[in-house]
Design a protein around this ligand. Structure first.
Ligand SMILES: Cc1cc2nc3c(=O)[nH]c(=O)nc-3n(C[C@H](O)[C@H](O)[C@H](O)COP(=O)(O)OP(=O)(O)OC[C@H]3O[C@@H](n4cnc5c(N)ncnc54)[C@H](O)[C@@H]3O)c2cc1C
Length: 492
């Protein structure tokens, strides 16, 4: 069956990892992506005011994301990754606490000395938090409907430890509040991220926008390996009998037939693309469409001067949660590695307006609304680029979410005084309404597996049953798993 042809629907990380795995085996693959760029939620758009590709929001990897790191090595993206073996927490007055492992201590003891120095926690909070970690390592069996918030209460965690430590970590990892997230999923974040190995907590970020890497670098590589990538090509319907998919229909009405199909679209779309008789045969698929979304707001700022030396900071006790410098905290429009405009072919500048029409993405900015495709960037390659993130905005009270760029700058000035002197050159607020699915208690029961009862169909996506929350790691795991199912189907 060497000529087996495989269709992948969706060009996010799940679809791309499946494509990379199959292309490596020399299989004929066609990938259909609705948008004009690859990357999905980890994608980028052209910001005309700054003249720069920017991600919808900063994505970070942790050292524990083993499959995603494997994917980066497999595709050569790893040479763009920068590893940070230290985490910086800033208290409301801007005092820095550094969390860095001790290299001669084995996990999970490697972080103990740094943890005991976390000055933004009182001694009582530090000890309570450590006791919480010990309990997470050996949890008693817990009911599936237990929330992490309930568990923290059961453990007698103080309200200040919950507010200053547990909640910020849960919000940044899961985009939701501890009282709304499942104990089992949340436990995984803490165990995998802090306890399993010495490098698990390391942060990794690329030196340019993820979306640029995925669309340009990886898109080119997949094409060289023989994958036919169809951008701006929406699949409207996948039909068949209850045993087998017979074909797919594109938005323009074209019908295509393949030997195997990998459906790698977001949870809200998957069931809607399959004919009703196929949906019926896949347990939980219809229910998965009802998974609650979690939203993330990113303020992209361009300032006329640097405001901090720190590459990234977790902010405690304010409404802003994370501040990322850059990629690389460099001037926008800079050298090739900074993702600046100079190294992009002209057709890229012309073809892609900001994603104002994306239904999952609401943006507003300082641009005057003129046609974003025309003219030089308004800040002309000047500016230091920062991203300020607020995760879980769907669950937070409005009063704890900055509403204006002035509010964001005011908070930044409290932790980075240089902000007071800085001039804001441009800004854009990106609100990803369905950034992730929220891992509510009981959610694991309704995440469908990648293997389906339909012979030639596999599912992929961060929302399928991967054991991981909605992350790049989860997406890649699902993509690899779906590719494996396709290989087994084809008998390779
Ligand atoms: C602002 C933000 C910050 C995040 N931060 C992090 C982070 O720091 N670390 C982390 O690990 N994760 C993070 N995530 C989550 C991460 O982006 C996702 O878990 C991951 O990218 C999901 O990949 P996916 O392939 O499963 O889905 P998607 O990326 O959603 O890909 C699905 C693709 O299918 C396409 N599609 C849909 N319908 C059709 C159709 N009919 N025909 C053809 N194509 C179609 C879509 O256009 C899309 O490209 C963040 C997400 C957001 C939005």
């Amino acid at each position: 069956m060497a000529s087996s042809s495989i269709a992948i629907i969706g060009g996010g990380l799940a679809g791309l990892s499946a494509a990379a795995a199959l292309a490596e085996r020399g299989l004929p693959v066609e990938l259909f992506e609705r948008r004009d760029r690859l990357g999905g939620r980890a994608g980028a758009f052209w910001e005309p005011t700054a003249g720069q590709w920017i991600d919808f929001g900063q994505h970070v990897l942790m050292g524990c994301c083993r499959q995603m790191l494997h994917f980066c090595r497999q595709t050569g993206l790893d040479r763009f990754l920068r590893r940070y073996p230290e985490l910086y927490f800033l208290d409301p007055q801007g005092r820095t606490c550094r969390l860095q492992g001790v290299c001669w201590l084995p996990a999970p003891l490697h972080l103990l000395p740094a943890f005991l120095r976390l000055g933004f926690l009182s001694w009582e909070d530090r000890l309570k938090t450590l006791r919480g970690f010990l309990r997470l390592m050996r949890p008693a069996s817990q009911p599936e409907d237990l929330s992490f918030g309930d568990w923290l209460r059961q453990q007698g965690q103080t309200s200040s430890a919950v507010e200053k430590f547990w909640t910020p970590v849960v919000l940044s990892a899961l985009a939701d509040l501890p009282e709304r997230t499942a104990f089992s999923t949340t436990r995984k974040v803490f165990v995998e991220g802090f306890l399993t190995s010495r490098d698990a907590y390391h942060l990794l970020r690329p030196t340019m926008a993820w979306g640029q890497l995925l669309d340009e670098h990886l898109g080119r590589q997949l094409a060289q390996e023989g994958v036919l990538v169809h951008r701006r090509t929406s699949v409207r319907l996948i039909d068949g009998d209850r045993r087998e998919v017979q074909g797919l229909v594109l938005n323009d009405g074209t019908r295509r037939r393949f030997d195997f199909y990998i459906l790698a679209v977001p949870w809200r779309r998957a069931a809607g693309l399959l004919a009703p008789n196929l949906v019926e045969t896949i347990p939980n698929l219809a229910q998965a469409a009802l998974l609650e979304p979690g939203s993330i707001v990113t303020w992209h700022l361009w300032l006329d001067r640097p405001i901090t030396e720190l590459p990234q900071s977790a902010v405690v006790g304010k409404s802003i949660q994370w501040v990322f410098a850059g990629p690389r905290g460099e001037r926008s429009g800079g050298d090739a590695s900074s993702g600046g405009k100079a190294d992009l072919p002209e057709r890229f500048h012309a073809a892609y307006p900001a994603p104002l029409r994306e239904e999952n993405c609401q943006t507003n900015s300082s641009s005057d609304g003129s046609n974003p495709r025309i003219g030089p960037p308004k800040i002309g390659g000047r500016g230091y680029y920062y991203q300020v993130l607020v995760s879980g905005t769907h669950a937070l009270p409005r009063s704890s979410i900055p509403q204006t760029v002035e509010e964001v700058l005011r908070e930044l000035a409290e932790i980075f005084p240089a902000t007071k002197e800085a001039k804001l050159l441009a800004h854009r607020r990106v609100h990803m309404v369905e950034a992730v699915f929220s891992p509510r208690p009981g959610v694991e029961k309704i995440r469908p597996g990648q293997k389906t009862s339909i012979l030639n169909l596999a599912l992929a996506g961060d929302w399928t049953a991967t054991g991981w929350p909605a992350t790049m790691e989860g997406a890649v795991r699902s993509g690899y798993q779906a590719a494996q199912i396709a290989l087994e189907h084809g008998g390779f």
